[in-house]
Design a binder for this molecule. Structure first.
Ligand SMILES: Nc1ncnc2c1ncn2[C@@H]1O[C@H](COP(=O)(O)OP(=O)(O)OP(=O)(O)O)[C@@H](O)[C@H]1O
Ligand SMILES: [Mg+2]
Length: 233
């Protein structure tokens, strides 16, 4: 079972949005079962899950003749308990989960160190801006021997252009900590899908946002599981 943690001191960087969409993208692939452990008191992922349950229920009531808005099975969102994280991971593993995504609050607390120790990969979403970049370095201090990657999110210009701000930021970040290659553009689908209780590919399958999510997922899933004896306690 792989554990991916989403963290950033800066609020609104895209942690919850990416956690939801990566977990859904993961679960859309046959054989995968993903769980989001929501460790943020704001409970964004749980709010999305409640909306999702309502959307799927409304669809079921509206009649079997319409095709389901989602074929995604095996996606769970639960409240995380930071004092019992290891045993929670054990339980989900025993339950057949293949991937766990941990959504952290927008802070940089000492206890994050213990969460990072349980991770196979730590993702640091960052909006393309100077203050945003600076805030990431504090998180870096808390990470010991786990892979950590920036993800440039909500790029406001055309990322296909070599001189786009997102690419410039990516280049700068790569000089110290590594960035994933995929750049995520600022797009309405990331916002609207959450409101509908759906993932981006469910909401707008042919969109650039869906394409970027697939690319992001491929990169994320290429990181191996770190096999450390008794990692979950
Ligand atoms: N790529 C994107 N394009 C457009 N809007 C986005 C994108 N990513 C995130 N958003 C929007 O930005 C806002 C913040 O995103 P999100 O809540 O995922 O960030 P967060 O890092 O989890 O925030 P917090 O630190 O408060 O937990 C939300 O309204 C979300 O819909
Ligand atoms: Mg959040």
């Amino acid at each position: 079972m792989k554990v991916v943690v989403l963290s950033s001191q800066k609020g609104g960087a895209g942690k919850s949005t990416l956690a939801i969409n990566l977990a859904a993208q993961c679960a859309s692939i046959g054989g995968n079962k993903s769980v989001i452990l929501d460790l943020d008191p704001q409970a964004s992922c749980r709010v999305w899950a409640a909306q999702r349950a309502q959307t799927l229920r409304a669809h079921a009531i509206s009649g079997a003749s319409q095709s389901s808005p989602s074929h995604i099975r095996g996606l769970k969102v639960v409240a995380g308990d930071r004092d019992h994280l290891r045993s929670m991971l054990q339980t989900h593993k025993a339950d057949g989960a293949t991937h766990v995504f941990i959504d952290l609050p927008p802070q940089n607390k000492k206890w994050f160190r213990q969460v990072f120790q349980l991770a196979d990969l730590i993702l640091l979403p960052v909006r393309p801006g100077f203050f945003d970049m600076v805030s990431g370095f504090d998180t870096w201090q808390l990470v010991e021997d786990r892979p950590l990657r920036w993800v440039v999110n909500a790029a406001f210009d055309d990322v296909s252009q070599p001189d786009s701000v997102a690419r410039v930021v990516q280049g700068e970040l790569n000089r110290t900590m590594k960035c994933l290659d995929t750049l995520i553009s600022n797009a309405a689908e990331w916002v609207m899908s959450v409101g509908a209780g759906l993932s981006v590919p469910e909401y707008a399958p042919g969109s650039l946002a869906a394409q970027q999510l697939r690319s992001l997922w491929t990169e994320v899933d290429s990181f191996p599981e770190i096999v450390v004896k008794h990692r979950y306690g």
